[in-house]
Ligand binder design. Structure first.
Ligand SMILES: [Zn+2]
Length: 457
């Protein structure tokens, strides 16, 4: 079963094959230089060789983060965009990339250099790009790409990409022009490596930051087999631990996620930030504009559900988690249109829990939400709310259109009498004593675990 899912990933290109493609028609070397531990920018250089088949490359970027583009050939400059017509067959491009970036003006950093370490996504160093090929010259263009870091003395580098030498990585992505992907950490940091259930796991972070790695590995050791059964196996997982003043939450990326060191394996509201991000990283589908409630709701629902299955949550605490969802959810809003944190992380997981109960009840436990999510994972691609509803019907043989109208589009709280949740109980839950402040937690966010084009977020 797992092998079949893995094959699907490779065919879709979400999980790039580990082996270098048989035939590359040109080569790309990405070199990132950080001159000192106090630098605020990196110098990034692209060296291209044998590129007769490349007509031009369009780069799109935030002008606050990228500047000083120079290169061979012709660079047409617009604000936030460069159209580069490189000279063939050899060409190079250099630019400066800012090392610090705040997730939002008043939020923590999602890209940071400080105290001898750098934590960021590769997208902080590489703008989104689109390449126009000359197919008359090469009908099947394909790059072979490497990423090389030139760093201050004693600095190391870990990325979500396979290593190819000291501070050097194999770059493989979807498409014909390979683009660096996922999270990375540079500098002086602690790293722990393990292979768990076929997944090469690396946990890396500044010294003293976060949950001890062996406790994270113990959680993954028990949760990964269940995650793989549900969504398919992945060969690599990098967990990068951040420290203040970085964003105090989790952020998923390709084959990797970021987690602030102050986030626990299980929060006081019983959810698990680590399992939440692991769900995003593993899921080979991405949400359409109207299905963020679904992607976030599934990640949060399975963060408690998988903990229950591996014995980390007993029935009492599991029920407690559901009651927090009810209490801190926002009700009476259309989930497909309202993008608020409370709907994504409280209302949606409770409705998905209720949906799971409905499916199990209606099919005499022959089916569950697992089967529906598993089917979505096998198909991959973009999931809309309508496609999810269609998959539900196909897998379970029943229509849940009325349930969706009431609890997703109208956002009504699902009555769950066996765990003491109804429309009337929400108010009493809100005035209850067991306040944890779930609504005030820093939370987490997903930004394109599977971006539509390589390098975008
Ligand atoms: Zn999320």
């Amino acid at each position: 079963m797992i092998a079949a899912i893995g094959a699907t990933h490779v065919a879709r290109g979400d999980n790039p094959p580990v082996a270098t493609p048989a035939r590359a028609t040109f080569s790309v070397t990405y070199a990132v230089e950080i001159a000192s531990a106090t630098a605020t920018t990196a110098t990034v250089r692209w060296e291209l060789a044998g590129i007769d088949e490349i007509a031009r490359i369009r780069l799109r970027f935030d002008p606050e983060r990228f500047e000083k583009f120079e290169g061979t050939g012709v660079l047409e400059r617009r604000r936030g965009e460069i159209v580069w017509t490189p000279n063939a067959p050899y060409a190079h491009l250099t630019y400066q990339a800012a090392l610090r970036h705040r997730r939002a003006p008043d939020k923590g950093f999602d890209s940071y250099i400080g105290d001898g370490w750098v934590v960021m996504r590769t997208s902080a160093l590489f703008p989104r790009s689109a390449v126009l090929f000359r197919r008359d010259i090469e009908p099947e263009p394909k790059s072979r790409a490497r990423l090389v870091f030139r760093l201050p003395r004693g600095w190391d580098a870990v990325t979500a990409m396979p290593p190819a030498g000291t501070r050097e990585f194999v770059v493989e992505s979807r498409g014909r022009f390979d683009h660096p992907r996922g999270w990375l950490i540079l500098g002086r940091f602690h790293r722990t490596d393990a292979t768990l259930h076929g997944t090469a796991v690396t946990i890396a972070g500044p010294a003293g930051a976060g949950v001890p790695p062996d406790r994270i590995l113990a959680l993954l050791d028990r949760a990964l087999p269940l995650m793989h059964d549900l969504l398919g196996a992945r060969t690599r997982l990098l967990i990068v631990i951040g420290a203040d003043p970085m964003w105090r939450g989790g952020l998923s990326g390709e084959d990797s996620f970021y987690m602030h060191g102050n986030r626990p394996l299980q929060t006081p509201d019983r959810t698990s930030p680590y399992l939440h991000e692991l769900f995003h990283v593993t899921a080979p589908f991405r949400p359409a504009w109207d299905a963020h409630w679904l992607a976030e709701g599934l990640a949060e629902f399975y963060s408690i559900e998988l903990q229950r299955r591996i014995g980390e949550l007993d029935d009492r605490r599991y029920t407690q988690a559901l009651r927090f969802f009810a209490r801190y959810g926002v009700w009476g809003h259309d989930f497909t249109r309202d993008q608020s944190h409370a709907i994504h992380n409280n209302s949606a997981p409770l409705v998905l829990y209720a949906l799971d109960r409905r499916i199990r009840h209606a099919t005499n436990d022959a089916h569950s939400l697992d089967d529906v999510v598993h089917a979505l994972a096998q198909e991959g691609g973009v999931v809309t709310t309508a496609r999810f509803l269609g998959t539900l019907r196909r897998v379970t043989g029943k229509s849940y259109a009325a349930f969706f109208r009431r609890h997703v589009y109208q956002g009504e709280i699902p009555p769950l009498p066996d765990v003491g949740i109804s429309r009337d109980t929400v108010e009493s839950l809100r005035s209850g004593k067991d306040a944890v402040g779930k609504g005030l937690e820093a939370g987490h966010a997903v930004v394109g675990a599977h971006p539509p084009d390589a390098g975008s977020e």
